[in-house]
Design a protein around this ligand. Sequence first.
Ligand SMILES: CC(=O)SCCNC(=O)CCNC(=O)[C@H](O)C(C)(C)COP(=O)(O)OP(=O)(O)OC[C@H]1O[C@@H](n2cnc3c(N)ncnc32)[C@H](O)[C@@H]1OP(=O)(O)O
Ligand SMILES: O=C(O)CCC(=O)C(=O)O
Length: 375
Amino acid sequence: MKSFPIEICDVTLRDGEQTPGVSFTCKEKQDIAQCLADIGVEIVEAGFPSVSTEEKKTIKAIVDMELSSRVCCLARCVQPDIDAALDCGVDLVSIFFATSDLHIRVKYRKTREEMLDTALSMLDYAVDHGLSVRFSAEDASRTDIGFLKQMYREGAERGAAYSSFADTVGCMTPVMMYDVVREIKKDLKNPLCVHCHNDLGFASANTFTAAQAGAFQLHTTVNGIGERCGNASLEEVLVALRMHNGTDKYDLTELTRLSKLVEQYSGVVVAKTKPVVGEHAFVHESGIHIAALIKDPQTYEYYPPEMVGAKQKLMLGKHTGRKGLEHILTTLGYTCSNEQTDEILEKIKAAAEAKQSITTEYLSEIIAETRSSAS
Ligand SMILES: CC(=O)SCCNC(=O)CCNC(=O)[C@H](O)C(C)(C)COP(=O)(O)OP(=O)(O)OC[C@H]1O[C@@H](n2cnc3c(N)ncnc32)[C@H](O)[C@@H]1OP(=O)(O)O
Ligand SMILES: O=C(O)CCC(=O)C(=O)O
């Protein structure tokens, strides 16, 4: 497949901050924004100015950093929200409204037409005031496709820079995403954005698939934080793009550092098994794997840990094999006889089965004990 063009709008500072219990300080948001810019992310969504006075000040402070990334913020279809975006001096505003009949009926108590008129009048207002606008459909994935296309068509005619499709409740599968993006793209006049939530665990897959189908702006959050089960992960999407689309414009070596920064600032602990940035992403214990990794890391690592600023780590445990143990002993500077190595291996397995973790200190105790019993 031919390589597809994309840009990233990272929404860690807006949707990521909507993770229950999370609130970033201005300094924390600035640190994260700087790191995103260093990676080469094109757009940083800095927040939603109407949330609070402090939030608005923070968005302005991020604009004042004059990052290499453009700065975006969120606005409802109400004039005070657009005015707040104008006050902040952002490069892009996402004017969003829920387009599904469910949301229009329950939240707005209006008809589709009334809601679209309101949204278009706010789009006109923003465009007349010089703002670049992303015209965003919330709950797009549960919206009548005809109405969605009408919204995007009329939005583009009235000057929206982008049309945006949000899978707000994360109900899509990759095949569904591919089909809907292809359908929307048939007559879309401006670039399409996708914003995917992770309620089925498909957010990153849906985002990547949407890009394959022709979406241009991909929304991500660092570590996949965000409402409920979170959003598409920046690190997963960027690595998938590097490996399957040859996208080489981002500095992936900063991903591990950024992940730790966001983990620290948000207090949301990254799962050990999280792709790319989880503690176990490049850790190996199984004997068969380590025996092969020693010969060639590609056997059990799809991409080198250094690519994302991480390192390989070999661990000892119940699943250790002789080759792995010999390699670890040599690396740590121990010389043991074959008999001693066999005995150490047995002791490691027994200890691990008793749920003892085999740290370097514990290993040195086992070695000392084995040697003394032999002498
Ligand atoms: C899918 C998303 O992620 S959307 C973004 C969600 N993010 C947030 O909610 C950010 C945090 N929110 C807040 O701080 C507050 O909710 C605020 C400041 C935004 C609004 O606060 P309040 O004015 O007190 O309103 P409240 O939160 O009670 O209700 C939201 C109102 O916005 C309306 N609204 C929601 N979306 C839109 C929209 N796109 N356009 C216009 N109005 C909207 C709702 O219908 C509701 O109006 P109602 O009071 O007439 O029912
Ligand atoms: O499209 C946007 O800019 C915001 C939409 C959003 O956050 C959502 O629907 O989850």
